[in-house]
Design a protein around this ligand. Structure first.
Ligand code: SF4
Length: 420
């Protein structure tokens, strides 16, 4: 499979009163045609911010401060090959070097997002059908007038809705878009979609709302769908239905999906390849088999070791000792970010922040675009643990004390695996 997205060395900072927070730190990954790439990590590890950075939705006080986001789009590449040669590489364009209006215009037909809480993501005062029809209409107008950024990005807020409702003969959404909205509701499995389209969000159940959100995200027929914890707010049986729906839609439409979750069970069920995030970095990347059967990074091993064994249930799970770092720039230091929690920490881990490394030698792509198939930001990717070099248990203070299972941070750690 070819790549449709290449993210390289992406960095996103938040400039807060407490200081600079490095929410995304040198993240690199590829997404291939028709695959589901999973990003897994605990709350605050930078999963959602990574996805928002890719589709240019970071708001103040945050800012993407570095890196490249190469998106395969032959039309855009041709359009900018002369004007901005540094932003074009073959059929790929670096979205960060394109004008903001162009980047914005890609939301819908190129990138779309399903948010984790459908209750707060839909407008409670507008019918579900109208909200989906609006998304269809924006794309319809964009296709009719592809040069106009405004036609693509014009929002349809409550004010416009009221004007269109009051002024005779004025409607933003066309009959064609309303019919397409009903088709989309049917496609995502909403029964009696014509009647349901006339209902308001509070009349839908949680699962139905999430289906409606997916329908809205599909309005532009995106190349890449970002699903940000799409099942977190749902009960278990509805979670399974939504995951099956996403899998079916991905196959039918040959989309790529970036699946963001804290749930290793969702990753195992859905994804082709996985990136494990910790402290703003993807610390290990590989296929599902690489990550679940042959993990390299001790954090990945810790997560997997925390999954309950249904055949041999032990009285307690084994949490990873210690607490997640603050991500404040002033506190991160130039060493492995996991060193203070790592059972295998050695002196070599303190010299610098480990780069992606692998001993398998298996690589896809070439030159600057080469990407190792299974890689980890860990010295153990290329060497064995040496007990003679191990740091003492008290090197970073008392880790056991910091890992009291009642503390909120350990609760977050358990959250990563509890549904797995
Ligand atoms: S680099 Fe060292 S401290 Fe960091 S995860 Fe690997 S072994 Fe542990």
């Amino acid at each position: 499979m070819d790549e449709i997205l290449r993210v390289r060395d992406l960095k996103t900072r938040f400039f807060t009163e407490e200081g600079q927070v490095n929410a995304v730190e040198s993240v690199s990954f590829d997404v291939r045609d028709g695959e589901i790439f999973g990003i897994v990590g605990e709350s605050g590890s930078g999963k959602s911010v990574t996805a928002l950075s890719v589709i240019d939705l970071i708001e103040s006080p945050g800012r993407v401060t570095g890196g490249e986001v190469w998106y395969r789009n032959a039309d855009l590449a041709d359009e900018f090959r002369e004007k901005r040669s540094e932003a074009v590489d073959g059929d790929f364009v670096d979205l960060r070097r394109l004008p903001k209006g162009v980047r914005r215009s890609l939301r819908g037909p190129s990138f779309s997002m399903v948010f984790q809480d459908p209750m707060s993501s839909l407008n409670p005062s507008i019918t579900v059908g109208e909200q989906i029809a609006e998304a269809v209409e924006v794309q319809r107008r964009a296709r009719a007038n592809p040069r106009s950024t405004r036609s693509r990005t014009q929002g349809y807020g409550l004010g416009k809705y009221l004007v269109d409702s009051i002024v005779p003969g004025r409607e933003y959404t066309s009959t064609e878009s309303k019919e397409r909205a009903i088709e989309l509701l049917e496609q995502v499995g909403i029964p009696d979609p014509e009647a349901r389209a006339e209902e308001y969000p509070h009349q839908f159940s949680g699962g139905m709302l999430q289906r409606a959100m997916i329908a809205q995200a599909l309005a532009g027929e995106p190349d890449i769908l970002v699903a940000d914890e799409p099942t977190t707010a749902l009960d278990v049986t509805i979670q399974a239905q939504i995951l099956n729906l996403l899998r079916d839609l991905q196959r039918e439409q040959d989309m790529s999906i970036i699946m963001i979750t804290h749930d290793l069970g969702v990753i195992a069920r859905m994804c082709d390849r996985v990136g494990v995030m910790y402290a703003g970095q993807i610390v290990e990347r590989g296929t599902l088999g690489d990550i679940f059967e042959n993990p390299v990074h001790p954090y990945t091993e810790g997560l997997l070791g925390s999954i309950p064994d249904l055949e041999d249930p032990s009285p307690r799970l084994s949490p990873i000792e210690g607490n997640v770092p603050s991500l404040l720039d002033s506190e991160m230091g130039g060493r492995c970010y996991f060193a203070d929690r790592c059972p295998n920490a050695m002196e070599a881990c303190l010299n610098s922040i480990p780069e992606y490394d692998t001993d398998s030698g298996e690589v896809v792509g070439d030159g600057a675009n080469a990407e190792a198939v299974h890689t980890a930001r860990c010295v153990l990717a290329t060497r064995e643990f040496d007990a003679a070099e191990a740091l003492g248990d008290d090197y970073f203070g008392d880790r056991a004390e910091a890992s009291d299972p009642e503390t909120p941070d350990d609760a977050a750690e358990q959250e990563v695996v509890s549904d797995a």
